[in-house]
Ligand binder design. Structure first.
Ligand code: 4AD
Ligand code: MG
Length: 435
């Protein structure tokens, strides 16, 4: 291996005419007599490296012949303009060293079943589509932090081991905390953010979240990442505005900075562009029921909206749709009742277009101590475990609101990938925890 500086593919455009050294893997190769075309990748991009037999020393020609798909190698050559190539450049090879020959790469171009690919996830990550998805995901993650930091929020990390449930008890992951005591993996950081909002005003958390989902669906993971803002003195209308501004800004960032990846994913960006440009429709649950009735769904007040209903509701819209004022009975214990219609609560769901379903769930929180206490009792939750949470309403109570957005749901929609399992590096699903 050389000891000089190593270039990256993403930086080659500004180095035309220079001799560079790259290190990475062979993505693809095509031989045509005395010319060999090597598609090289280093994680930052792909570039065609051209080896011409009569222009390189004999050993470079024979060395390049050892390259198989996914072999690692170092290549030196001159960067030149190539308008028909991705990135507009290619490399005219002058030197090449194979670092490790790859034998029997398991993922060949033939069609593999998803189960097989999932069992090879550690290798499947190298494929162009998976690389593009992971880059979009990473862009969204940094856009999330930028969104909140630029608006004066403080990041407050909520705990992962918790003594009680936040989002119902049916999908809790239980662990043995001490010999006597159990703990649960966090289903949401919300309960811990509410006291922090009283300390810092505007806060957010962003971390892994766990739900022991008991069925296999394309929209559910058992471990996923959720970003949750929580804001003191924010009420439901302000929450809707925040959610809309947030989704618009993240989408604009993906469109702006991940163009190449969206292209590789062959993503039709119509809904993403509309999302940035147009206001999101806002409907109440009662209206949603009526709309669904006209579409042949026999839902009545009090029914939960499933995936099919969500998809039907967003049909005809090219932006997300915000649904509010759900029946109290189908929502979490902490949601504030609507003073004008106490049967419903000021909960907010944002449904993505194209059948991607609920990307955001949130609400205004109950800030009256006695009302919250009665809801905890109604839901048969252990009051002692929630004393600290009730304290937020005891010592200087304040209206407040927040929401949670699932990173994988959002990334799936951005990428146009229907199943969440491809939107997290190592998915944890029912019956799948390897690798
Ligand atoms: O609607 P959820 O359950 O809301 C909460 O957890 C609130 N405590 C959040 C808050 O107000 N701070 O979950 C929020 C979002 C959903 O809209 C969805 O995007 C995602 O989290 N989500 C999942 N993503 C992947 N797999 C799962 N099993 C998910 N469950 C929820
Ligand atoms: Mg929800």
């Amino acid at each position: 291996m050389s000891t000089g500086p190593v270039a990256s593919v993403s930086g080659l455009r500004s180095r035309i005419g220079e001799t560079v050294t790259l290190r990475g893997w062979l993505y693809n190769r095509r031989d045509s007599g005395k010319i060999r075309f090597l598609v090289f990748r280093d994680g930052s991009g792909y570039v065609q490296c051209v080896v011409v037999k009569k222009e390189v020393p004999e050993e470079v020609w024979t060395e390049s012949d050892r390259l198989t798909q996914e072999s690692s190698f170092e290549v030196t050559g001159v960067v030149r303009e190539a308008p028909r190539q991705e990135g507009g450049v290619e490399v005219g090879v002058t030197g090449l060293t194979v670092l490790s020959v790859c034998h029997d790469w398991p993922i060949t171009p033939k069609e593999h079943g998803v189960d097989f690919l999932m069992s090879q996830r550690h290798l499947w990550l190298r494929s162009a589509k998976q690389v593009a998805i992971l880059r979009v995901r990473s862009e969204v993650e940094s856009a999330i932090h930028d969104f909140y930091h630029s608006r004066g929020y403080t990041r407050v990390d909520s705990p992962i081991l918790t003594p009680n449930a936040c989002e119902g008890t049916s999908n809790l992951f239980e662990t043995q905390y001490t010999e006597e005591e159990k703990a649960y993996l966090s289903q949401s950081g919300q309960l811990y953010l509410e006291p922090a909002a009283a300390a810092l005003g505007k806060v957010y958390c962003f971390g892994p979240t766990f739900r022991a989902e008991k069925s296999k669906t394309r929209r559910h993971l058992r471990e996923f990442w959720m970003v949750e803002p929580e804001v003191a003195f924010l009420e439901i209308d302000g929450l809707k505005a925040l959610a809309e501004e947030f989704v618009k800004e993240l989408t604009a960032r993906v469109l702006d900075r991940r163009k190449e990846d969206l292209k590789r994913l062959e993503r039709d960006t119509t809904t993403l562009e509309a999302t940035v440009a147009k206001p999101f429709p806002r409907i109440d649950y009662r209206e949603a029921i009526e709309i669904l009735a006209t579409k042949g769904f026999p839902v009545k007040f009090g029914d939960d909206l499933g995936g099919d209903e969500e998809t039907a509701l967003t049909e005809g819209f090219d932006t997300p749709v915000m649904v509010t004022r759900y029946p109290a009975a189908i929502k979490s214990f902490y949601m504030q009742p609507d003073p004008e219609d106490p049967e419903v609560v000021l909960g907010l769901d944002m449904l993505a277009p194209e059948g991607y379903g609920e990307i955001i769930g949130g609400s205004q929180r109950i800030h009256d101590h006695d009302l919250l206490l009665s809801r905890i009792r109604q839901h048969e939750l252990p009051v002692e475990a929630f004393q600290w949470y009730l304290d937020v309403r005891k010592y200087g109570s304040f209206p407040h609101s927040g929401f949670g957005m699932g990173l994988e749901r959002f990334t799936a929609w951005m990428c146009g990938v229907p199943h969440l399992r491809e939107c997290i590096p190592y998915p944890r699903m029912l019956y799948r925890i390897y690798p």
